[in-house]
Design a protein around this ligand. Sequence first.
Ligand code: HEC
Ligand code: HEC
Length: 362
Amino acid sequence: MTQVNRMTLRNQALSTLALAAAFLTSCTSTHPPAAPLSAKPTGKQVTIAVPLGLPPVPIPENNPPTAETIALGEKLYFSVKLSVDNTIACSNCHDPRHGFTDAQPVSTGVRGQKGNRSAPTVINSAYSTTQFWDGREPTLEAQAGGPIINPIEMGHTAAGAEKAIDQDKDLRAMFETAYGPAPAGQSPVTMERIANAIASYERTVLRGNSPFDRYLYGGDKKALSQAARRGLEVFRDPKKGNCAVCHTIEEKFALFTDNKFHNLGVGIDPEGKLIDEGRIKISRQEADRGAFRTPTLRNIAETAPYMHDGSLKTLKEVVDFYVGGGNSNPQRDKEIKDLQLNKQERADLVAFMESLTGEAAR
Ligand code: HEC
Ligand code: HEC
């Protein structure tokens, strides 16, 4: 290549660069840079400790938990700044003092608005293969942003929530610690990071090591009362309670849910019509009409009222509902039928469920 040619090429390259730069500056002067910030934490991944009776926590590849994201997620979970009028935090509806629920049949969001479903517990939701009563979201990450922009829950916009968090100096600093410093002029706070951090915190909301776990998995034969031990047998016996067919107990751990959807006939109006159609709205399968995801039974004594509509007030009412075979309707699950249980067996079932109140890992 001759000297001239090289010069020309170099000049051409330079002028192309200059053009590109001019284009870029004219762009950035009117719009903020659009490059999305990575929502992958920069810190060292930690192992989440699990209490007795639970399997290892499944971790998504794109959101490994770190000490910094868990701490940030916890702060966000309890922060009213995620709601449009600074009144509602996630913890209002999923309150640790009520087993991470709100003790109401249906929840109340911003401006006193009521939803139409009961707040499920966040306990052990790390293991759920779908989220919500109808399983409409696949992961905790996908779920966490929903309530923030839901008009009757927290009522915010994504941009509004990001701004409110960004204006809190301490929270903003926690984002930089968890995800690395933001480029000049850019906020480290993004919805994706908010959702990821909350999800990582939620993965630490675990309960196990209950009297049931110490009895079945810890070899402590005295951990369960006589009544609870009999109740466990009723719970597992296909000819008695038949509960474990859906609220599963495995050899080495128990999640008390098959992560599947079933119709028990909860929420049928006096004319026999389903008030909430449940899973069918998502799956479009006729068999899923009135079906809801099997909830965990861990810490169940703390999370009354029960069922997706909060229609049953006590565990005794739940047992009576099952003894009566739920509510008959064309899609009722084939495992739901009238149960032959005497008074003692019903009381034992309740005693068993009360033995499922556990604790976090120590
Ligand atoms: C106003 C009350 C309310 C607020 C605020 C709220 N939730 Fe919920 N949450 C609910 C209700 C009700 C459902 C069930 C809705 C459904 O299944 O359709 C739910 C479902 C969930 C689930 C799914 C659990 C399961 O077992 O399927 C998770 C996880 C969750 N919320 C986390 C959060 C987080 C994180 C926040 C804050 C960003 C939050 N929620 C804010 C009421 C609330
Ligand atoms: C066919 C599967 C199936 C069987 C069998 C079954 N359950 Fe359930 N259970 C569910 C589903 C699904 C729900 C939620 C239903 C709804 O809200 O519409 C539920 C809800 C519950 C709840 C309320 C949980 C909450 O957080 O609101 C309790 C308690 C319960 N079941 C206990 C039992 C007991 C005790 C038995 C045995 C007598 C039993 N279940 C048998 C699937 C089942």
